[in-house]
Write a protein that binds this ligand. Sequence first.
Ligand code: HEC
Ligand code: HEC
Ligand code: HEC
Length: 430
Amino acid sequence: MKRWRNYIIGICSIAVAGLVGAAAFFFWPHSLPQVQASKSQPTGSELIARGEYLTVAADCAACHTTKSGKPFAGGLAFKLPFGTIYSPNITPDKTAGIGDWTDAEFVRAMRSGVGKHGEDLYPAFPYSSYALLSTDDILAIKAYLMTLASVADPAPENSLAFPFNQRPLMRGWKFLFVPWGPFQPDPGKDKQWNDGAYLVEALAHCGECHTPRGLMFQRKQGVALSGGDVDGWKAWNITSDKDYGLGNWSDEQIADMLTAGHAKDRGVAAGPMREAIDLSLSKLPKSDIDAIVAYLRTVPAVSGDADHKAARRKEEELTAGSTPTSASLQAGKDIYAGACASCHGWNGEGQFNPHAAILGGHALADPTASNVVRVVLQGSSDHASAPGKTMPSFAKTYTDAEIAALANYVVEHFSGRKGTVTAEQVSEAR
Ligand code: HEC
Ligand code: HEC
Ligand code: HEC
């Protein structure tokens, strides 16, 4: 997985860049400054409600609750080639969870990635975005978490090999890449834009997935939101660029994608985006979604390589399936005819489930077909519809070579581009 490959290179470069590390050792704020809520912070049940809203918008559950686990008890594995780290239990349990953390310790964790005992936390915990949260909001999140059911089971121990288990290595990284203060509203912009900026940059941390990463796993803020990688899924360019990003999308299309995971003529969002939608974005008030859209409109346009331009065939060319340009693609077409066309049709329209309307989706025009391969392997359930109509997993049905042929056919059929997927890549994606 590229994300983690970058991560290793990143950690190695930090180890090498000892100078920065050494400097950071002295400068990184491990001290525990006193924190206090402002006068405008609500109290009582209003505070808890605010905290619950913020916890949903920040999608803490995506990483701290496992599919079959108790809420916020942690234990989600982040598998790296050199070991595994687990998200911790953040329920109010005093030993297994964070029940005996002080406010100052909690604020320090969210802002500076420092644990209760001063240990440096890995940036798989997206504190480089949460660092922009206001102190009031961080305290409201803590107040809400403290009302949850305690869970006494600790998360499993991390198993990282030396030198990656050396947490102080993170200090160099944090020194370079974590913002030093909370989000500052731009007085030249209106409230809606500022609300949107706060949601996108801090709370909903869109950039953690949608911004490309550099060699040190840092987000490249110069090309923010121009497309990233998350566990092998491509998180597309969402800048205002007309050809590569959302510049040609209507407000309604963006809002529908964010709240429902599908939008007319723009396909669907699966994988990690589906999860962000189900757990977080679909639960936000409309005013928040409108604010996100308003802010995204102003994100500077960034283009990409020609392969990432949106592309689709005209509907009339799709009819009964385009003619494959090779024998291997014919095998892909045969699979599509037998296993996919019943739900997606040859023209990419949803047959029994309108959510299966995939025509126009960015994923179908990507020659590497990363997301097509993954959705075929993993399936994707749009929660709105009945079982039997959602995207099933075909991991056990087809071989790597068959899935490669299928994905290449899907790309060629819907976009006219040449797919480049190999059986090895499918095997890696499994
Ligand atoms: C993308 C995944 C992800 C998200 C989203 C996330 N966390 Fe975490 N969090 C982690 C991981 C992984 C760790 C462990 C890091 C380590 O071991 O260095 C962690 C660590 C923590 C810790 C330190 C706990 C300890 O015992 O040291 C706290 C507190 C925490 N997270 C709170 C939150 C809150 C509150 C939210 C939402 C505002 C949140 N996290 C969202 C992945 C995430
Ligand atoms: C956990 C990672 C993650 C987070 C957080 C995330 N996204 Fe995504 N997003 C993705 C992935 C992956 C896709 C591609 C889904 C697919 O092709 O099926 C995607 C797709 C999208 C799309 C559709 C783009 C297209 O061209 O089809 C939009 C719009 C979008 N995201 C906006 C956002 C916004 C706005 C936020 C923050 C409010 C956000 N995303 C947060 C991972 C993420
Ligand atoms: C039972 C109906 C059903 C079948 C069969 C089915 N799909 Fe899907 N598919 C869906 C639905 C519904 C979605 C939207 C999922 C969501 O919203 O999370 C979807 C989504 C997709 C996407 C969009 C992924 C993205 O990231 O944009 C692709 C590509 C896709 N399916 C390809 C296929 C292929 C190839 C096959 C055959 C192997 C297939 N589907 C079989 C129902 C189906």
